[in-house]
Design a binder for this molecule. Structure first.
Ligand code: BG6
Length: 491
């Protein structure tokens, strides 16, 4: 579906996200013919730019980061709708000017008064911008046009601040005009969880505590935090990734079949799971956190967090976090879900592993099954997108030796079309007014409810452990698993 006439206003247009993800995604959408001729992109920032400078910035961002090839005719048409408004977030005059620029675009380009405001800015600035949008009349909803606001995480830093933030946003925009970005939901492989579970007969009978021993959800990155102190210091891995991406993945894996794929029905099922999710206690045995120290990333020597630019020597920000939760439901009673994320780990990989119970009886000599592990279904979110089924198989030869093998589905082999970037899908959905892939406020608050006790526990327990860069995290994370006779997967 092609978006209707509208303009997209990006606040925080000089930031990293805008340059690396948002601008390239807008171009890719245009290149795929999914934006209307009556489309405008407006940048708002303090920087002393004019429309030309802004155009050049978008051009460079597109050149460096777009997924699809550069086509002059697409660029020409798109860039005619670029405008830049200079100002600070508390500057009335700048918002009045924004209002004029948008009205002029309505007349010149036929954007019809439909505006999406993308707040790619620190949450501390949300209230000011929302109030300015209201004051200047830009947030006003009518029968004739729509106004939507898109907000980037973090949605607060705990339950209370999330509630306050939400109250501020909802004073200006009704809930159905608020689009909260969790870009993991824009990923093809994440949407495929629903297809895998609800379009097939094969997996559902196994999808419960009868057959599942535990679930491991891993989001590992090899990059460090050089250059991101401003955002990350004091936030840490749990707030940055577990509160949003990993709990959303858990909700998709654990939820019941929705009545339909209507947004309300999907949300209702996710909300049910998140309401039933609780931490495995005691927290000191069932959580782990760490901060990367110096080490090696491949053949490059890398510094520890506290030696990265912008981090103080006594920073206690965690760069690795692991928690164990359970979902109190008939389907999942007693099945732990282990969630972990970290920077400067062995490699970049996001995966969901459903680890099955061992066969109740093995009619083999012990020596024959020494190399047999647990059966597992692994959803490879990225990179190398696909699904692996891991099971035991006879090793060719004269004796009955059994060893684990993999059966693989790979996107690259099964499909010729490449997957759109998450931000392409999500920006298009905002412009279409399609809310399925955006967490609603209840989901955000429930996620904080799960995480808050862990954060409080950590805040009261001193410094995080240190782990060597390029390894798989702190020793406490391994101990958390070995205590219950399990191990983390080495993806
Ligand atoms: C963001 C986090 O949400 O996701 C970053 O704030 C992280 O810290 C990023 O690097 C990873 O995204 P992706 O799509 O590369 O897994």
């Amino acid at each position: 579906r092609i978006a209707g006439p509208c303009s997209l206003v990006i606040f925080g247009v000089t930031g990293d996200l805008a340059r690396r993800k948002l601008m390239p995604a807008v171009y890719d959408l245009a290149n795929r013919g999914l934006l209307p001729p009556s489309f405008a992109l407006v940048g708002f920032a303090r920087r002393d730019w004019d429309d030309q400078d802004f155009g050049q910035i978008v051009h460079d961002a597109v050149r460096d980061h777009s997924r699809t090839p550069f086509r002059e005719e697409v660029w020409e048409r798109l860039s005619e709708g670029f405008r830049f408004v200079q100002g600070a977030f508390d500057d009335d005059a700048a918002f009045d000017q924004l209002s004029e620029v948008l009205a002029e675009l309505d007349r010149q380009r036929g954007t019809d008064g439909n505006h999406a405001f993308y707040l790619s800015i620190p949450p501390g600035a949300f209230p000011t911008v929302c109030e300015q949008l209201q004051r200047s009349g830009l947030a006003e909803q009518t029968e004739e046009h729509w106004r939507r606001v898109v907000i980037e995480k973090p949605f607060g830093h705990d339950l209370r601040s999330a509630q306050e933030l939400n109250a501020v946003v909802n004073r200006v925009f009704p809930e159905d005009a608020v689009f909260r970005i969790d870009h993991y939901l824009g990923k093809e492989t994440v949407q495929n969880i629903l297809a895998l579970r609800f379009a097939n007969q094969l997996f559902d009978p196994l999808w419960s505590s009868h057959y599942v021993d535990h679930v491991q959800i891993t989001m590992a990155e090899d990059i460090g935090l050089g250059g991101r102190a401003g955002y990350y210091d004091g936030i840490g891995a749990a707030r940055d990734v577990i509160q949003n991406h990993l709990l959303q993945l858990l909700a998709l894996v654990a939820m019941e079949e929705p009545v339909s794929f209507e947004p309300k029905e999907l949300q209702a099922e996710k909300i049910k799971v998140l309401s039933a999710t609780r931490n495995v206690l005691p927290l000191e045995l069932n959580t782990a956190r760490g901060q990367y120290g110096p080490g090696w990333q491949g053949s490059t020597e890398v510094p520890g967090l506290v030696d990265e630019e912008g981090f103080a020597a006594d920073s206690i920000t965690e760069t690795y976090a692991a928690i164990a939760v359970e979902v109190d439901s008939r389907r999942w009673a007693g099945v732990p879900f282990y969630l972990r994320t970290g920077k400067r780990l062995g490699r970049r990989v996001t995966e969901i592993a459903i680890v099955f119970k061992r066969a109740p009886h093995l009619p083999f000599d012990k020596t024959m099954t020494e190399e047999l592990g647990e059966n597992a279904l692994v959803i490879r979110v990225q990179p190398d997108e696909g699904i692996t089924l891991r099971f035991g198989s006879k090793v060719p030869g004269s004796s009955m030796q059994v060893r684990d093998v993999n059966m693989d589905f790979s996107y690259g082999q099964a499909f010729t079309e490449s997957s759109p970037e998450a931000y392409e899908r999500l920006i298009l959905d905002v412009l279409l007014g399609e809310p399925s892939l955006f967490p609603v406020n209840d989901e955000v608050e429930l996620s904080w409810k799960i995480l808050d006790p862990v954060l409080e526990h950590w805040a009261a327990s001193g410094r995080p452990d240190t782990y060597e860069s390029g390894t798989w995290g702190p020793r406490s994370a391994d101990e958390m698993m070995s205590r219950v006779g399990r191990t983390w997967r080495r993806p």
